[in-house]
Design a protein. Structure first.
Length: 157
């Protein structure tokens, strides 16, 4: 299994997700017990649906517990080379072909949200940027083709 790196915010978000799934599990347990009291379990749609949903919730709880247990929290305040692009960096760049300005924050896969400008550090774009710094001109091979990017700024927030 590969290492799981999370920012502090990402770790806290996963903890909140875990708490929500545990709350759902408790509600489902009550629903299942109520459905069980209604009799014949083979033909009881509420019971069958509740058990199926409970299995999915339990699976997700297990996955989150493992991720949280094994996670390594990346602290952007520690002494790292903040001139280079790493996990947690917010990168401002310009697409040399179109002139468009792009701003992305490199995050873990759990935290990735492209609509919010957060891309997974394992994405092709992020992989092509890792290790470079402001002022670099980078060619990144993406599924849609090669991009030529000028890195304007690297920040850690």
């Amino acid at each position: 299994m590969s290492d799981i790196y999370l920012t502090k915010d990402g770790y806290e978000r996963l903890q909140a997700d875990l708490a929500e799934f545990k709350r759902q599990k408790n509600e489902l347990t009550i629903e299942i017990n109520e459905a069980r009291e209604q009799g014949d379990l083979k033909e009881n749609a509420g019971y069958i649906y509740g058990k199926e949903k409970q299995n999915l919730v339990m699976k997700r709880i297990g996955e989150l517990e493992v991720r949280l247990r094994d996670a390594k929290i990346v602290d952007s305040t520690v002494a790292i080379n903040k001139d280079e692009i790493r996990l947690g960096a917010t990168v401002t760049m310009r697409d040399e072909n179109t002139g468009a300005a792009l701003i992305y924050t490199l995050s873990s896969a759990d935290e990735a949200d492209p609509s919010a400008g957060k891309i997974s550090v394992s994405s092709p774009l992020a992989q092509g940027l890792l290790g470079f710094g402001a002022g670099a001109s980078v060619k990144v091979l993406l599924p849609s083709g090669e991009k030529h990017l000028a890195i304007l700024k690297v920040e850690y927030k």
